[in-house]
Design a protein around this ligand. Structure first.
Ligand SMILES: [Zn+2]
Length: 249
């Protein structure tokens, strides 16, 4: 059932960076979210201001309190493989696009020489970063698999009153990078970078042709859609309300 070149799915997956236990948990939660999405009798996932049902789903947590980051800017480093592959401008543009449509802010610190693997969650603080973007291959990193164009990996800390993300890694598959076109649009570096960045912020796949979060890039608009924007607003609220209520920063 795997069709090479068919897009994000199964070329794209969500995993935590610190152990396969989280992998199983995330996959299971992801499936639950997707199943809920396709049930035509299910009520809207949240009461939205917009009368149109705007679809979104979260990686983890319930719809009222999804797992998110803290309210602080998310610190990003780019492995030098991003520049070497000639995709740095598109990755940076994708991050800026996400900032434009959400209250999340990213602090792109700069370039590092570091191929991320499952240890990233414990290494990130040494780089003063939360999230790393890299081009790698299944041979060099367990964070991307052969069928994937790219993968977003999140490390979750489970604590009360809610879980939060503490580290993330976006890894483009070097073996499939040539399938992506520069800039934005279907099967583009920009669209994949945007899609993975929204995973990093906590959005999961949806079946909505206006969303960039479709599992298969060919099923969606390859542009940030209204459901994506609404989902990001909920995630931002979770991030910032959490800081106020718990004191962590
Ligand atoms: Zn995806």
């Amino acid at each position: 059932m795997r069709k090479p070149g068919s897009g994000y799915e199964p070329t794209d997956a969500l995993r935590a960076v610190s152990g396969w236990r989280w992998v199983v948990a995330l996959v299971a939660l992801s499936l639950i979210a997707v199943l809920a999405e396709v049930n035509p009798d299910a009520p809207p996932m949240l009461a939205l201001q917009n009368p149109t049902r705007l679809r979104f789903a979260f990686i983890n947590g319930d719809n009222d309190l999804p797992t998110s980051w803290t309210c602080a800017p998310i610190r990003v480093v780019l492995d030098q493989s991003i520049a070497t592959a000639g995709i740095e401008a598109d990755v940076r543009a994708a991050i800026r696009d996400v900032e434009t449509v959400s209250a999340f802010t990213f602090d792109v610190i700069g370039s590092v020489d570091h191929q991320p693997n499952e240890q990233w969650a414990t290494e990130s603080s040494a780089f003063g970063a939360d999230v790393i973007y890299a081009v790698s291959s299944p041979e060099r990193s367990e964070l991307v698999e052969g069928e994937e164009l790219a993968a977003a990996n999140l490390h979750i800390v489970f604590e009360e009153p809610r879980s939060r993300f503490v580290a993330g890694a976006v890894v483009f598959n070097a073996d499939r990078l040539e399938e992506l076109t520069p800039g934005m649009g279907p099967m583009s570096v920009g669209a994949v970078a945007t899609h993975e960045t929204l995973h990093i912020l906590g959005l999961d796949h949806v079946k909505d042709s206006r969303s960039i979060m479709t599992a298969d890039i060919n099923d969606g608009s390859a542009m940030i859609g209204p459901g994506d924007v609404n989902g990001l607003a909920v995630l931002d609220q979770a991030a910032c309300d959490s800081r106020e209520s718990t004191g962590f920063d």
